[in-house]
Design a protein around this ligand. Structure first.
Ligand code: MSP
Length: 520
């Protein structure tokens, strides 16, 4: 994996055949949360995303739109780039496969595969799914409506017969099995790993890696009739961005092999079988991990244009708020499982976890400090058992969460933070600082200081997922910008008594469903 203090994470590069939807937003948000976490934990991070612009699918979409492929991809790619901004993604690079740096890298890996003796010229006769951009054996197909043949994804297939270069994938069966054994966490979640291992064990066919029946792709070196198969071209983006073929450059030496390729479950085989085989054949180290996340349905149904239920991420963020969308997507389902998106579930999470639990804790603590402690950080006195127990929970969070994030268990990390938030709300109810105001103001000051310290921990650790609100809470605690990373968690005395605090304001409004306000 990349150097010990470095972390390289990638999203898949998104096809520009259509505009972005919830699925794309999901992968980007998950990677962004992991990238932000690692940065706050002191790592040098490279977070890559981008667009996959070649292939038959994109060419056909450009034709359908009546545009030249390059003009079409320029336009749609811009929409994906705008989405990264809308989602608050902190990607360090945005790669497009139509860039010259990528043509260079793709042709270089091709030449390395030729030099290794792993490419030969033959001809392909078989089934191809343009929607999946994948070849299928007859045995993998099923009968769709009207007797047409369909790929496992449900996409129609067409018969293709053309001269083609092949990659000797069959030769890489054992080295792949050795890789999975040597790096037991190469594929996560574990159930996905088992699927891939049995697929590879069942035997690998050589793979067609060039096309001749259309032209929208990277030209094969030394054979102008062929363009590279779009998946070989696309997968190479991960090393293009690291500077390949210049393997001596700083960025490559620091960041390659990537730590995590994040992908949806539908494209795991390309990443966990073909990609490491291409890399090993080209003499390049394979990545540290491929994590396959699940798929979202919408109100119980597959998201599709024909059902008119495609969730549009720009609108979603405008309606519910960025932090709210990020939190919901990462908290609602165990990361790796499938999930169902519904407005009701989103509003439920926003109101219960964000407004009631986190928002309320911050709001009532900060308002009490503002009203009863002259708007300055209170001075704590001696601590009792209840105080110590709550603080111990807060101090234990980083260690627990680090272990969870190291295996991309983002939902567990959030659950851990929310355990602390709920413990703190329980502590407020038990300690009733409002009642101490007259009877024991010193004790009230201690309770409020303990709460402020817990909120500081929670907000610092919640930044990767809810960066805007967490930042505003840290502002309200007067935590300086350079004391918001994880080094500040262990440090004592970060909330200096007497520090003036700004006027508190709520950061997580309750969401009232459209129409509901009127009815109530
Ligand atoms: N271009 C390829 C990836 C090449 S990577 C070298 C591709 N692009 S895609 O735009 O079709 O899909 C991008 C990602 O979105 C995939 O990881 C896919 O799993 C994910 N999703 C598409 N629909 C989804 C849902 N409904 N739910 C969750 N993720 C989904 O594949």
């Amino acid at each position: 994996m990349s150097e010990a203090d470095a972390f390289y994470i990638t999203t898949p590069i998104y096809y520009v055949n259509d505009v972005p939807h919830l699925g794309h937003a999901y992968t980007t948000i998950a990677c962004d949360a992991l990238a932000r976490f690692m940065r706050l934990d002191g790592k040098r991070v490279m977070f890559l995303t981008g667009t996959d612009e070649h292939g038959q699918k994109v060419e056909k979409s450009a034709q359908a739109a009546g545009e030249e492929p390059q003009a079409f991809t320029d336009r749609v790619s811009r929409r994906f780039r705008d989405l990264t901004v809308k989602l608050g993604a902190t990607n360090d690079d945005f790669i497009r496969t139509t860039e010259p740096r990528h043509t260079r890298a793709s042709q270089a890996i091709w030449k390395a595969l030729v030099a290794a003796g792993d490419i030969y010229l033959g001809s392909y006769a078989g089934w191809y799914s343009v929607r999946d951009e994948a070849f299928f054996a007859e045995s993998e197909l099923s009968k769709g409506e009207g007797g047409t043949r369909c790929a496992p994804s449900g996409a129609p297939v067409e018969w293709v017969e053309e001269p083609s270069y092949f990659f000797r994938l069959s030769r890489w069966q054992q080295p792949l099995l050795d890789l999975y054994a040597r790096q037991p966490d190469f594929i996560l979640p574990e159930s996905r790993r088992n699927e891939v291992v049995s697929f590879v064990k069942s035997g690998l066919q050589d793979l067609s890696v060039s096309r001749t029946s259309f032209a929208w792709g990277v030209p094969v070196p030394n054979d102008a009739d062929h363009i590279m198969y779009v998946w070989l071209d696309a997968l190479t983006n991960y090393i293009t961005a690291a500077g390949y073929p210049d393997t001596d450059c700083d960025i490559y030496r620091t960041f390659w092999p990537a730590d995590v390729h994040m992908v949806g479950k539908d494209i795991l085989r390309f990443h966990a079988v073909y990609w490491p085989a291409f890399l090993m054949a080209a003499g390049v180290a394979p990545p540290g991990r491929v994590f396959a996340h699940g798929w979202w349905t919408v109100e119980g149904q597959k998201m599709s244009k024909s059902l008119r239920n495609v969730v549009e991420p720009f609108h979603l963020v405008d309606t519910y708020g960025l932090d709210q969308v990020r939190y919901f997507l990462l908290r609602e389902v165990p990361f790796g499982n499938d999930g169902d998106f519904s407005q009701a579930a989103l509003i439920g999470r926003v109101n219960s976890d964000l407004a009631n639990d986190f928002g309320n804790l911050a709001q009532r603590t900060l308002s009490m400090i503002h009203n009863n402690c002259a708007a300055a950080m209170p001075e704590p006195g001696p601590l009792g058992d209840d105080d110590e127990a709550l603080l111990a929970g807060a101090h234990g969070m980083l260690g627990d969460i680090r272990a969870m994030m190291a295996r991309q268990a983002i939902h567990e990390a959030l659950a851990r933070i929310w355990t602390e938030i709920r413990a703190a709300n329980g502590y407020v109810d038990r300690q009733a600082p409002w009642a101490l105001r007259k009877s024991d103001p010193d004790r009230m000051a201690t309770v409020l200081h303990v709460l402020a310290e817990v909120i500081r921990h929670v907000a610092i650790l919640a930044q990767p997922v809810v960066p805007l609100a967490a930042g505003r809470i840290l502002d309200q605690l007067a935590v300086p910008a350079d004391a918001r990373d994880f080094r500040a968690l262990g440090a004592a005395g970060m909330l200096a008594p007497g520090t003036p605090l700004p006027k508190p304001e709520g950061v997580f409004p309750r969401h009232v469903a459209a129409g509901a306000a009127k009815a109530s």
